[in-house]
Ligand binder design. Structure first.
Ligand code: BMA
Length: 873
């Protein structure tokens, strides 16, 4: 390239003019920015935070978002609250007041902006906020978003922000003491004699639960932002689905904005690159809501996991007034979703209808992933939701004693097709209903529903978890005089039938509202109506076979406990703690009885059920392993029974998918993300095509349950074999499987099936293969509980080779190897087996992958394999 050389004289002149020129250009640019730039500017206030005990003078480094417990840990002031019994000694933290402060520089020019707001996405919980020592906000709800006009309190340059958190006890004790009548919570759920959780709008599980520690946090748990705007700001864009079908989606773009003056503006609505509307609008001072109907022809419909794809459309609203403009973009999926409650011969249905199709809900209940929410990483969310979709689930219930989840959680559910039953955050307690409380709740519902309403995954909202059933059917009501009963029922109605649905309907009239789970109601609700929490198995000590009989229209809770694997236990317990009733193991088992006096209750139940089906092993590690088999077997029975009962029953959500700390619980994935045996077996039982065998009066009935939208043809093969691999019976049936149906396709006398063998020596292997020979489903049936099976001693042959994603493992045996469990000894990294806790049949080969990111030295030698037979003395 030919670059003209500069003449030295010119160079000199250039210097004189160029530098002032640049400065003028910068100034012009800055001043014009206010005329032509974005109406909204954001500044995150996440740096320079410090905290202190309000009674002390030393300030220490804090993290925001964060919480007091993790700040104390990071400063080396407390031990890990999850380790051994440390939790017990850390109760003082919630009895103190805590202060947080930061200093920040206001960028030049900000004070010239018309409006400056301070926005807190989450303050936990009773917080006074001071800006430059002026009190600007008193917050009292961890679930709300707080926005304060703070311009009058800001200074040019350095500013200080301070948040004072009051102890939930100090603040609520007068309410507790002066209450006209005692509000109750279950003793396992607010694990203290003075129960105040119901007075604070704060996650219920912080106060302890029957799977969680009592660690009552405080702090700035979600981001803090300073926001400046001129003329107007778009607060919300809601793409309201008015009617959606394969031909047409009729939507309304609801744009909520605030203007600081009257303005003529232009509003454009777009999806991807298509313009849907372009309007002149007139803004009045204050809040404006503009509704613009838009249509999309032949939309690509959003489906739940297993039924189709999850296309997401991005919509934007662009507002221009004078030289200012702002664009707000949201993502949503287009689907038609209804909850169908229709009277029928059995009572009243309760099912999800998606794009015109009744869909059986397969999934689990979800609790927060950590007591300290700031520790839950994007990878944890990804792992959890991938584990949900990987286990063929299509629904999670976000349960009411936790939190309204992070945006990331719902975005992943949108992407993976996981529908959400969203409880509002009320669980297992009686709540007040004075005007302040109702106002506070109404604002909370509005904030959260606004945040969630574009997510296609949100299927329905529910008022609370078990509040009504606790009152009407589980003792509480009987504790009070008639007058108090009337008074409290009035309160319950005001909250769950008045305030909450009204607040919901105002911001999202498209979502169904279910006042309480299980469906209880003030009049008697029959078992043939609504959703059911079935706890006859576990709390009621009924046998697992009861799962075949106690089936409602939608099983929103049922479950059974197990221990997390030894690798997890060894993270919170020392070698001296490894027995069932050690102090440490009991501290990590929170299902107690007799007002928390009977701490052995949960472990005793596990042992009692174990004795029914298994030989109780001596060794602790074996006990832990069998507890997982026990849980997996029980819950698998339930899932199969619920699915066989389709369409009478249209949902099966077991309690619970995850843990918030390492603990014995009903979870199928432990705190560290490890799949327990149940998660693997739930994955099988939730497959689109399920083959299920059930004994019926001397015969075995064979059901095939299909969630597929289309008929399937193929072969069902029934084989009986001995544990040594001898074939006793074989039948192949060519079947046409009806779509979205459960049907009994065959029945066979047990005497035929087992021939001259005894029940404890044989198993039935069921397979279903498509016409082109692809294995679509399989299952194994035993006629006797594991303890009565004549399990052979086996010799499993193992071959291992390294592959890109980890290790490929091939297992083979000549005799049945029941409940094969693999683990990599002394491996602290993260890795997972593609299958585990499975039965390896005689003569069959199992191909597994152990996925991990690093090479593991001596992998083959460190691979440990245990079977049920190995636990026998
Ligand atoms: C259910 C839940 C939880 C509890 C679980 C196990 O009913 O709603 O409150 O953790 O039972 O007891």
């Amino acid at each position: 390239m030919n670059i003209p050389r500069m003449n030295p004289e010119y160079n000199c002149v250039y210097r004189w003019f160029l530098f002032p020129g640049i400065i003028i250009a910068c100034w012009l640019c800055w001043s014009c920015r206010q005329e032509t730039g974005d109406a909204l500017q954001n500044m995150a206030l996440d740096e320079n935070w410090k905290f202190r005990n309000a009674e002390e003078s030393v300030w220490r480094v804090a993290s925001v978002p964060g919480c007091i417990h993790t700040d104390l840990i990071n400063n080396g002031l407390i031990e890990d609250p999850f380790y051994r019994v440390n939790e017990k000694d850390l109760q003082w933290i919630s009895e103190k007041d805590w202060e947080y402060k930061t200093r920040f520089e206001l960028p030049p020019g900000w004070l010239q902006r018309e409006n400056i707001e301070l926005r807190f996405d989450g303050l936990d919980t009773h917080a006074d906020v001071y800006l430059n020592d002026e009190l600007i906000l008193r917050a009292e709800n961890m679930f709300r978003t707080w926005r304060v006009d703070c311009k009058p309190y800001l200074k040019p340059g350095a500013n200080s922000l301070r948040v004072y958190f009051h102890s939930v006890f100090k603040i609520n004790l007068p309410k507790w003491e002066n209450a006209p009548f005692r509000l109750l919570a279950w003793p396992n759920n607010d694990q203290a004699d003075v129960q105040v959780n119901m007075y604070s709008r704060k996650a219920g599980f912080h106060f302890g639960w029957d799977w969680g520690p009592r660690l009552i946090t405080a702090g700035i748990w979600r981001p803090v932002t300073l926001q400046a705007w001129d003329d107007f700001v778009i607060r919300e864009l809601f793409i309201r689905p008015d009617s959606v079908s394969a031909e047409r989606a009729r939507l309304t773009a609801v744009v909520e904005l605030e203007a600081s003056k009257e303005l003529a503006a232009r509003l454009r609505i777009q999806t991807e690159k298509t313009e849907l509307a372009d309007r002149e609008v007139y803004l009045s001072t204050g809040k404006n809501v503009i509704e613009i109907p838009v249509e999309i022809g032949n939309p690509r419909l959003w489906w739940s996991n297993g039924l189709g794809e999850q296309p997401l459309y991005s919509f934007s609203a662009e507002l221009t007034a004078g030289q200012h403009h702002e664009v707000k973009t949201v993502e949503t999926g287009l689907r038609d979703l209804k909850i169908i409650r229709r009277k029928d011969k059995d009572g009243e249905s309760f099912h999800i209808q998606l794009n015109g199709v009744p869909v059986f809900m397969k999934g689990a209940n979800y609790i927060p992933q950590d007591n300290f929410q700031n520790r839950v990483s994007p990878q944890d969310y990804e792992h959890l939701i991938r584990s949900v979709s990987g286990a063929n689930m299509n629904m999670l219930r976000v349960w009411g004693g936790g939190i309204y989840e992070e945006d990331r959680f719902y975005e992943l559910c949108d992407r993976y097709g996981i529908l959400i039953w969203q409880d509002f955050m009320f669980a297992c307690a009686m709540y007040p209903a004075d005007d302040d409380f109702l106002y506070n709740v109404s604002a909370e519902i509005s904030d959260n529903v606004r945040r969630l309403r574009n997510h296609p995954s949100i299927a329905l909202y529910c008022g609370n978890n078990e509040n009504e059933i606790s009152w009407h059917q589980w003792e509480w009501k009987a504790c009070y005089s008639d007058a108090v009963q009337q008074e409290y029922e009035k309160d319950m109605r005001a909250l769950f039938y008045g305030t909450i649905p009204a607040a919901l309907n105002e911001v999202d009239p498209t979502r169904y509202y279910h006042p309480t789970s299980p469906n209880t109601g003030y009049n008697d609700i029959g078992p043939g109506e609504g959703d059911v929490h079935y706890w006859g198995v576990w709390h009621g000590r009924e046998p697992f076979t009861e799962y075949n009989r106690s089936i409602g229209r939608f099983m929103s809770e049922y479950g059974f406990q197990s221990f997390p694997g030894m690798a997890t236990i060894e993270k919170f317990a020392g070698p001296q703690d490894l027995y069932l009733d050690s102090e440490v193991m009991l501290a990590h088992q929170r299902c107690m009885a007799d007002n928390r006096r009977d701490r052995q209750y949960g472990n005793r139940l596990i042992k009692e059920y174990m004795a029914r089906d298994y030989r109780i092993p001596q060794e602790f590690g074996d006990f832990v392993y069998i507890s997982q088999l026990l849980q997996a077997g029980g819950v698998k029975q339930a899932i199969e029974a619920h699915r066989r009962a389709m369409p009478y029953c249209m949902g099966s959500l077991y309690w619970q998918i995850n843990d918030c700390w390492p603990v014995a619980s009903w979870s199928s994935i432990d705190y560290y993300g490890n799949w327990k045996a149940l998660h693997y077996r739930a994955r099988d039982a939730y497959r689109a095509l399920l083959i299920s065998a059930v004994e019926n009066d001397g015969a075995l009935d064979f059901f095939v349950v299909s969630d597929s939208l289309n008929p399937i043809t193929g072969d069902l093969t029934i084989r009986t074999m001995t544990f040594g691999g001898k074939l006793v019976f074989e039948k192949k049936l060519a079947l046409d499987i009806a779509p979205r149906a459960s049907q009994k396709y065959h029945s066979e006398r047990i005497s035929e099936l087992i021939g001259n063998q005894v029940k404890s020596d044989v198993l039935i292997r069921l397979t279903f293969s498509s016409d082109d020979g692809k294995l679509l489903s399989d299952n194994i049936y035993y006629f006797a509980p594991p303890k009565d099976l004549n399990l052979p001693v086996t010799d499993i042959r193992v071959r291992v080779n390294r592959v890109d994603s980890g290790y490929r493992i091939i297992l083979k045996t000549d005799r049945l190897a029941k409940d094969v469990f693999l683990r990599v000894r002394d491996f602290a990294g993260s890795g997972s087996f593609s299958n585990n806790y499975f039965d390896l049949l005689p003569g069959a080969e199992a191909f597994l992958i152990f996925s991990c990111d690093t090479e593991i030295p001596d992998f083959e030698k460190r691979l440990e394999i245990k079977t049920l037979r190995d636990t026998y003395e």
